[in-house]
Write a protein that binds this ligand. Structure first.
Ligand SMILES: [Zn+2]
Length: 239
């Protein structure tokens, strides 16, 4: 990815987007958005990052690892992720038996109406939502220069593979036509083609992670598609 400078109002970035603490008064970290563990190695050049307080940065780590391992296990079809395809997730499971147990718990076998075995993957919703909201906040700050410090109005995640064709088209469709972002924002630089979007989306890593940030009227919506499987949508209502 190409580094884009952010020319939006610095005064809006003085506080941690997660806890609201004044950043100049505490230790800070550059937090990857999306979470590094959701990406493959090598990481893309200049992945998006935002400044948050060190405490929040640390606080998300175990949920981020959980989600990355859950997805790797689910896409492998087993509580032990495929070490060839997901080496870091497999290593995380090997060194952490409790994590392995949690992932195994999320994999539930059931019988279909016809008595055939079927596997249902049910992640811990709170942990998944915390990571989704963390990254969504980071995407809005990175792209629009706006801190979304309030709790979101809605958080949703679902397998993209379960969407009907029209639902999928609706999810994929990103329109900036009548709602152009702030003049100094990274998103506008993308729309103007300095770092082109892909069908309206910011592609961090092909088939691994992409996101779209939309500011329409009195709402800001962030969608992500992770590993071409997990579709997420977070919306904030603006005052
Ligand atoms: Zn914080």
């Amino acid at each position: 990815m190409r580094p884009l400078e952010d020319f939006t109002d610095e005064r809006l970035k003085q506080h941690c987007i997660h806890c609201g603490v004044f950043l100049a008064a505490c230790e800070t970290n550059e937090d990857h958005v999306p979470s590094k563990c959701l990406l493959d190695r090598p990481l893309p050049d200049h992945p998006p990052k935002v400044t948050v307080c060190a405490e929040c940065n640390l606080k998300f780590a175990s949920d981020e690892e959980y989600l990355s391992v859950f997805l790797a296990a689910m896409l492998t079809g087993d509580a032990m992720p495929d070490a060839g395809r997901f080496p870091r997730a497999a290593a995380a499971v090997r060194r952490n038996p409790k994590l392995h147990a949690r992932i195994a718990w999320a994999r539930q076998e059931q019988l279909t109406l016809f008595g055939e075995p079927d596997i249902l993957w049910a992640p811990e919703i709170g942990r998944v939502e915390r990571v989704i909201v963390k990254n969504a906040r980071g995407h809005v700050l990175h792209e629009l220069g706006e801190p979304m410090t309030d709790p979101p109005k809605s958080v949703a995640f679902f397998p993209a593979t379960r969407l009907s064709q029209s639902q999928r088209s609706e999810f994929e469709y990103v329109d900036y036509g009548s709602h152009w972002p702030e003049v100094n924002s990274r998103l506008l630089q993308r729309i103007l083609g300095i770092e082109p979007l892909k069908d309206g989306w910011v592609e961090v890593q092909p088939d691994v992670y992409r996101y779209a940030v939309m500011h329409e009227g009195d709402a800001v919506t962030v969608r992500t598609l992770i590993r071409s499987y997990l579709a997420t949508e977070v919306t904030w209502a603006l005052d």
